[in-house]
Design a protein around this ligand. Structure first.
Ligand SMILES: C[S@@+](CC[C@H](N)C(=O)[O-])C[C@H]1O[C@@H](n2cnc3c(N)ncnc32)[C@H](O)[C@@H]1O
Length: 210
């Protein structure tokens, strides 16, 4: 997987979308389209770690009222250009409790943001999602995971190690593919309704309800 390059791309927001398209061989766009397909007109949508706002725009084009949250102001500037009708907020995902009331959204979405959080942060954000989702609402989370299958796991680590090293040299940072995420979702009292796998099982899209 080439997702460790995300951090490089995030530091250059104007190149982020083109870079991710190339690095994921179109899978990220495919995942976003798949999510947007479920969003009906008039629904309220929260996109966590919205980045440059491409998913927000797909949902806005379907007539949804979209709020995007991200902590990177460069990404948010791109988002405002890409999706002029959406609202964007500069905030850490760990501070959602300061901004939104209970049961504010019909849909809560996130692509490639959970993998940038620590496990404690992920658990905290899952609790907040549960609080913020309206009754009958849906959650879609697409992210990089460490595959369960032993062989796939070995290949994944072999491929990832040089990329992690290169990313560290260039940016002094890295990403952390999620391990055990489905257990954390269930432990938060949520139900996984469906899962789709992409990129040899290293990227997963979960549809979740409460
Ligand atoms: C890899 S990008 C994904 C962007 C977008 N969701 C997409 O799929 O193209 C991860 C985004 O999450 C944001 N992010 C990471 N940790 C965050 C945090 N703790 N609070 C808010 N945003 C965060 C980053 O700023 C970045 O824009």
């Amino acid at each position: 997987m080439s997702f460790v390059y995300m951090k490089i791309l995030e530091s250059r927001p104007e190149r982020y979308d083109a870079g991710m398209e190339l690095l994921t061989l179109g899978s990220l766009t495919q995942v976003k389209r798949e999510i947007a397909r479920h969003i009906p007109s008039g629904s309220s949508v929260l996109d966590l770690g919205c980045g440059t706002g491409t998913l927000a725009q797909m949902c806005a084009e379907r007539g949804a009222r979209v709020t995007g949250v991200d902590a990177n102001s460069g990404m948010l500037s791109m988002a405002a250009k890409n999706s002029p009708s959406a609202n964007f907020m500069n905030s850490s995902l760990c501070h959602l409790d300061e901004h939104f009331e209970d049961e504010s959204f019909d849909f809560i979405l996130s692509t490639l943001a959970f993998s940038e959080l620590t496990r404690a942060e992920r658990i905290h954000v899952l609790k907040q999602i549960k609080r913020l989702l309206k009754k009958g609402g849906r959650i879609f989370i697409g992210d990089e995971i460490i595959p369960d299958n032993l062989f796939a796991k070995g290949l994944y680590h072999l491929f990832r190690l040089p990329l992690r090293l290169l990313t560290w040299v260039l940016t002094q940072t890295t990403t952390h593919a999620i391990s055990g995420f489905e257990e954390d979702v269930r432990a938060a009292g949520m139900k996984i309704i469906s899962r789709k796998r992409y990129m040899l099982g290293t990227f997963i899209l979960l549809e979740i309800k409460i």
